[in-house]
Design a protein around this ligand. Structure first.
Ligand code: HEM
Length: 440
């Protein structure tokens, strides 16, 4: 018998409704872009500017759909994550079947185990460790200031973010030897775009680097099996405990989760903090305003510092492209999407859409402190993604960034001795070059 629901016309987002053909960027524009060796971000910007928030561009044999409109972003990431899934992640060569690249039921189980560690009381366990990592960095900066030594700000931020996540994982502070070995993670990530397509061939190409990373993971796991670290148990102990009851937590999967959390948990935060200092270099008043918002440790100061982080993430969301793959025919914003279509959600372009964010290129942290100064729709600001696959470490990242800045901002002004001329748009968007500084 027909029900009221089945008699209703198909909703505009129902997969059954046909949808209009999706507008596509003129292939001549793509050909010119290819001939000029331009950046992908430049081409995608043209797609958005010429055709709007849901539009296609032919990067290979088939059109890829670029999604920047907030409602469409929500449709893809939050409302229908079952129709738009992650394809095998490029970083699988490094992170294997860790939670970032896992799919289906395996992902659900892995996510559930870790989620509890990154929210509420789970998260509170890491706060002291984050503060200890911030203090260590602050002490190093006090020495740099005292001696006038020049150092690389990006490297310092990387070291801090790695120390924070290493302490949460193992219960130990990061030592110099482990830090040196873990620089290999960055080497593999930089090589990813140039590696052969198959995972096996790609692994072979970076076999020596992977062996060094595996050795660090093995040492840390062996130490965790002996008991908690000086700061207590860590995420690694949670994974080892899970293995006693759940056969899927093999030594390999524990290694994959460890490397996933190391990778996801440091590169993004380090890049954000580096961009933040670069932005403050051209907007010094923003630092003064944040410090004037309230006394140290006051909620006003914390909110103002957090707004610096949010405004940085608006301009430079480190995960600037979120690739998905349509598993079935769908209708998106009234357009027909065929099964097997590659979809690119692009927080970077959504965050720079002038219809959502007036004067989008302008760095203005007050967007995040003054009510009514930012668009309210969920899909208009998504540096941590949206929906069930949103960032697991959101609270961790915000906490570590704010705590570090609360230590460093009042104590030092930073003078850059070189500024990277441009951004590198790879898996993350990062400053393309060294960032030598001295402290005032
Ligand atoms: C400013 C810092 C960070 C940014 C901008 C960021 C951004 C993101 C984004 C956009 C995603 C979703 C990717 C997608 O939908 O395709 C993601 C996922 C993830 N992030 Fe973060 N992240 C940050 C820090 C962290 C930290 C500190 C951790 C760990 C401690 C972490 C762990 C993860 C994990 C495990 C996932 C995969 C979640 C899943 O697929 O279920 N992230 N992150």
């Amino acid at each position: 018998m027909a029900t009221e629901a089945s008699l209703a016309p198909a909703s505009p987002t129902s997969p059954a409704s046909p949808g209009r053909p999706i507008p596509e960027l003129d292939p001549a524009v793509v050909a010119r872009w290819q001939a000029g060796g331009g950046e992908l971000v430049e081409l995608l910007t043209q797609v958005r500017e010429q055709l709007g928030g849901v539009a296609a561009v032919r990067l290979g044999a088939k059109p890829t759909v670029l999604v920047t409109d907030p409602q469409a972003v929500q449709h893809v990431l939050a409302q229908h994550p079952d129709r738009y899934v992650k394809r095998s992640h490029r970083a699988r060569v490094l992170i294997g079947d860790g939670v970032l690249s896992a799919t289906g039921d395996a992902w659900k189980r892995q996510r559930r185990l870790l989620q509890a560690q990154f929210t509420g009381t789970g998260m509170r366990r890491w706060e002291e460790r984050i503060t200890a990592a911030a203090r260590t960095t602050a002490e190093r900066w006090a020495d740099y200031a005292h001696t006038g030594q020049q150092f690389d700000l990006g490297e310092e931020m990387r070291r801090f973010a790695l120390d924070s996540i290493w302490r949460a994982l193992t219960g130990h502070p990061l030592d110099d030897a482990t830090e040196r070995e873990l620089a290999t993670v960055g080497t593999v990530v930089s090589a990813l775009p140039t590696l052969p397509a198959g995972v096996i061939d790609a692994r072979e190409a970076v076999a020596a680097e992977l062996a060094r990373i595996d050795a660090v993971a093995e040492r840390a796991t062996a130490a965790a099996r002996q008991g908690a670290g000086p700061d207590g148990a860590g995420l690694l102990h949670v994974l080892l405990d899970a293995a006693t009851e759940r056969p899927e937590y093999t030594d390999r999967l524990i290694r994959d989760e460890l490397v996933t959390l190391l990778l996801a948990g440091h590169e993004t935060t380090a890049t954000t903090l580096t961009w933040l200092y670069l932005l403050l270099d051209s907007h010094p008043a923003a630092r003064e305003q944040a410090l004037a918002a309230g006394p140290a440790d006051s909620p006003q100061r914390r909110e103002a510092v957090q707004a610096l982080v949010h405004e940085t993430l608006r301009l430079y969301p480190s995960a600037w492209l979120l690739p998905r793959y349509a598993t079935a025919d769908d209708t998106l914003a009234g357009y027909a999407i065929a099964a097997d279509t590659d979809v690119l959600v692009c927080p970077y372009l959504t965050h720079r859409d002038p219809e959502l964010w007036p004067e989008p290129e302008h760095f203005d942290p007050r967007r995040f402190t003054t009510p009514g100064n930012r668009p309210t729709s969920t899909g208009s600001y998504l540096p941590f993604g949206l929906g069930p696959r949103a960032c697991l470490g959101l609270q961790f990242a915000l906490r570590e960034s704010t705590v570090l800045l609360e230590h460093l901002l009042p104590a030092h002004t930073v003078t850059f001795h070189a500024i990277p001329a441009k951004a590198a748009y790879s898996i993350t968007v990062r400053p393309d070059g060294p960032t030598p500084v001295t402290l005032g």
